[in-house]
Design a protein around this ligand. Structure first.
Ligand SMILES: NC(=O)c1ccc[n+]([C@@H]2O[C@H](COP(=O)([O-])OP(=O)(O)OC[C@H]3O[C@@H](n4cnc5c(N)ncnc54)[C@H](OP(=O)(O)O)[C@@H]3O)[C@@H](O)[C@H]2O)c1
Length: 281
């Protein structure tokens, strides 16, 4: 498994499993099976309402917590809750988080970022992340003396984050791709694209493996979501081949320069009114 080094010196796996839209029982099973298959990175969030299930999956896998890189995200309604980090730890059944994000750049994001910095200084989290930040990344860098290690954003061959990549390269912040396979509604469009199919035939790999390998060669951390054990198995089996520069450039031709998820000011305001119903103990 290839690992990436973050700007604070810690390393993290380049491939993991995502748990967005997974019901608790599916999240628990996907995490358990993924860890048994050799995954060591898991991504969840307060808002996925499956953190307890992720914690159960980790325990059932039998894999030592110290071997696992666990990432989760504070939802904006938690940014001003002084117990948000401790409550997240409790739900996950762990005493530290490897990478904690603030999930959305809502108007109170600075309060959330301060919580991350405090938790980082106390050793409760090992790395700091921001998610769905666009131009606000410049404000984070200008206003805080502790910079983030990772930014999690929509990223795939149809939208390879050209603009953001200039800043992240300069600041040595890693991009973690969400919707790496195009997301639930666009997976078909991406995985059935003729360029991707040709490459799958050329390298004797599946189309998903071609796309995921492209992410890691671009330097992106990738966390495909799945509740299908065969897919989970395939998605990590991407280290026995390497896409040539020519083929990497071929995939870049798919760039539509248009993200799928267009955020609105209204959506950011609405996020502050979301009620998260956490799973009971
Ligand atoms: N920060 C954010 O705001 C944000 C937003 C969205 C997502 N995320 C994170 O990013 C992760 C990835 O995003 P995502 O799960 O939405 O999208 P995704 O990984 O691009 O796509 C998931 C879809 O791909 C299918 N799939 C997975 N492996 C496959 C394979 N080998 N062949 C064919 N189909 C396959 C899955 O179906 P099966 O279950 O049938 O395999 C599922 O429908 C999330 O799980 C979450 O952790 C973060």
């Amino acid at each position: 498994m290839k690992e990436f080094k973050l700007n604070n010196g810690i390393t993290m796996p380049s491939v993991g499993i995502g748990t967005f839209l997974l019901e608790p029982k599916d999240a628990e099973n996907s995490v358990k099976e993924a860890l048994k298959l050799g995954y060591r990175l898991i991504d969840t969030a307060n808002a996925y309402m499956n953190e307890r299930a992720v914690g159960r999956g980790i325990k059932e896998s039998g894999v030592d917590r110290k071997e696992i890189f666990l990432s989760t995200k504070l939802w904006p309604t938690e940014y001003e809750n002084p117990n948000a980090v401790d409550e997240t730890l409790e739900r996950l059944g762990t005493n530290y988080i490897d990478l904690l994000f603030i999930h959305q750049p809502t108007k109170n994001w600075r309060e959330g970022y301060k919580q991350l910095v405090n938790a980082y200084k106390k050793g409760k989290i090992k790395a700091i992340g921001i998610s769905n930040f666009e131009s606000e990344i410049n404000e984070v860098l200008a206003e805080f003396d502790v910079k983030p290690q990772v930014i999690q954003v929509e990223c795939h061959p149809f939208f390879p984050q050209d603009e953001l990549r200039t800043i992240t390269k300069k600041e040595e912040i890693k991009i973690m791709s969400w919707y790496p396979l195009g997301g639930k509604d666009m997976t078909g469009e991406l995985l059935n694209n003729p360029i991707i199919i040709n490459l799958a035939n050329k390298y004797h790999k599946s189309t998903a493996q071609i796309v995921l390998r492209w992410h890691t060669q671009m330097g992106f951390i990738v966390i495909p979501g799945s509740k299908n054990v065969e897919h989970i198995k395939d998605n990590i089996d991407i280290f026995d081949f390497c896409l040539s520069n020519e083929d990497m450039n071929e995939i870049l031709k798919l760039n539509k320069h248009q993200r799928r998820y267009i955020r609105s000011d209204e959506a950011l305001v609405n996020y502050l009114n979301w009620k998260i119903t956490y799973e009971e103990k």
